[in-house]
Write a protein that binds this ligand. Structure first.
Ligand SMILES: [Zn+2]
Length: 378
């Protein structure tokens, strides 16, 4: 008996020490700011100390010449299988936010959230839409609503099914919810301390849902440019974010432009310009790519979104925030997305600095989820 006990204790000791390590002399982007030559201590899956000098018996990983940043979040996906969550994790994307799907399947996939090799899975459940509206065309049963009075029950049903936030669809190319019902849904979500985000495609709808208290938009509008004074006005009354899904918009518009009337659609250049205007108005930007739409993958295609945000003229440090600290903060996900004491040790160690060139995001050498290695190339 005694021997068994000793072996068990040894085993636990090994597991625990494997989770404790210190990354030294590294350039740290903590989700908000950059510190040169610092060290980060990780114990039991959490960040426990950040300091120039750390005295510890934990394993040392020399970070000299390397760049440490929080693992990323993709704020807009539709994940249909565990493989999608694996693909995300392998690219350093450790949280994905599903924006519309089958609730029973989402419930099953959520159980993978604690596994090291899978991205954590947060869901909207089924998005709010009308019968025959956008979101009902994918061949799976989708609950719908038409009237303002149905809003509270709709939101309660989503939360009961395990939704982490509410997604609402306003898509006038088909039948769609009235702005009155959208407002009732947003209010019902807020009543339950839940975040409510909205799919829009037109600037006019964007303005209306923002005025009605939405917490964020999960696409940029495609039809017209809003002026800086309109955006400034908007910022004055709201802390809501915009997730422009530039890669999706670009690929989608490339497809439909040949047959659509020119005046109803922004050019690629104008999309980037509008995102820059949004940034300059002080409206928070979040990164999301909407896979598998337009053939986009769940992992490395998020780097392309960051590249587009950089091309739009947003400083690279701010671009990194869109995929690290900002999504967990705006969706109230918990202690993710930052390298601060008490946060989960979801970390990316890179060979090159992405603030110097955003494409260096592809130089990830090690990915840790809660202090455990997900992938390592060096
Ligand atoms: Zn979507």
């Amino acid at each position: 008996m005694k021997i068994v006990l000793h072996i068990t204790m040894l085993f636990f000791a090994t597991v625990l020490s494997a989770q404790s390590f210190v990354i030294t002399n590294v350039t740290l982007f903590d989700g908000e700011t950059v510190t040169e030559n610092t060290s980060v201590l990780i114990e039991d899956g959490e960040i426990t100390k950040i300091s120039e000098e750390i005295s510890t018996t934990a394993t040392i990983i020399d970070g000299t010449g390397k760049f440490l940043m929080p693992a990323m979040t993709n704020g807009h996906v539709h994940a249909w299988s565990p493989q999608s969550l694996k693909e995300a994790a392998q690219a350093g994307v450790l949280n994905v936010l599903d924006m519309h799907g089958i609730e029973t399947m989402q419930g099953m996939m959520k159980q993978l959230s604690d596994s090291t090799n899978y991205a954590r899975y947060f869901v909207a459940g089924a998005a709010a839409t009308v019968p025959g509206g956008h979101g009902t065309q994918y061949g799976f049963p989708t609950p719908t609503l038409t009237k303002t009075e149905e809003a509270t029950k709709f939101v309660e049903d989503r939360l009961k099914a395990g939704a982490n936030y509410l997604k609402i669809i306003v898509e006038p190319w088909k039948e769609t919810l009235s702005h009155e019902t959208v407002k009732a849904l947003i209010d019902a979500a807020h009543e339950k301390q839940s975040v409510a985000v909205v799919h829009i495609s037109k600037a006019d709808d964007a303005k209306k849902v923002m005025a009605n208290g939405a917490d964020g938009l999960v696409h940029l509008w495609w039809d017209t440019l809003l002026t800086s004074s309109e955006l400034n006005e908007w910022k004055k009354n709201s802390n809501a974010f915009i997730m422009p899904t530039l890669l999706t918009s670009k690929l989608f518009l490339e497809n439909i432009r040949p047959t659509a009337p020119k005046e109803s659609m922004l050019s690629d250049e104008d999309l980037l310009l509008q995102v820059k205007n949004v940034y300059e108005a002080g409206i928070p930007l979040l990164a999301g790519t909407d896979p598998p739409n337009a053939g986009i993958n769940y992992g490395t295609d998020l780097y392309k979104e960051l590249d587009l945000l950089s091309k739009a003229g947003i400083p690279n440090l701010e671009v990194l925030k869109t995929a690290t600290s900002l999504p967990p903060k705006h969706f109230k996900l918990g202690t993710f997305g930052m390298i601060r004491e008490g946060y989960k040790a979801d970390l990316l160690l890179l060979g090159k600095n992405p603030i110097l060139d955003i494409q260096n995001i592809a130089s990830i050498e090690t990915i840790w989820k809660e202090g455990k290695v997900v992938a390592q190339t060096k």
